[in-house]
Write a protein that binds this ligand. Sequence first.
Ligand code: MN
Length: 202
Amino acid sequence: MPLEQYKRKRDFSKTPEPAGDPTASGTGRFVVQRHRATRLHYDFRLEVDGVLASWAIPKGPTLDPAVRRMAVHVEDHPLEYFDFEGVIPKGQYGGGDVIVWDWGRWVPAADKKYVDPAKAIAEGELHFDLEGERLKGRFVLVRTDRTQGRNGKEQWLLLHKADEFAAEGWDAADHPTSVKSGRTNDEVAAAPDARWNSGAPV
Ligand code: MN
């Protein structure tokens, strides 16, 4: 059942996160959320067949083609999570603050291996282009373990190809604000209920 694992981990009477619409469908958007939980990480999500396929990346994506980032494949998230920015209460799963760090469209690379992205993810390798505000160009997600990792989660790598958008030394840590609201995680934590105009891609 879609999103079963996502729902099992959360108490929706206590967290402002969306519960998920089981009838949602769509492909083509991506979002990266900067999430300060127990540890800072970046949640990298690709819209695939009505859910957000998701990886947690401790150091965040980079445009530097010499750098590979460890990415842990985590449970699919509902499409409504796409522009979620706010505070997950302490004690709830993922408790901490979240900003929309990047968003935009994604397109699978023109190769028959990636025509069905859900299948490519299940097989452990996806090449794709991002058209975000920060992230642009060709990326690769590749699974590095053929068995489950030590914590039961699949270990992957995210890397950027040496294309026209490549930028040596580019580091997510130098870009700490939300592309949705311009706020930092600290500002969201201080005023979690503030309303901001959303220029979300459709
Ligand atoms: Mn997270």
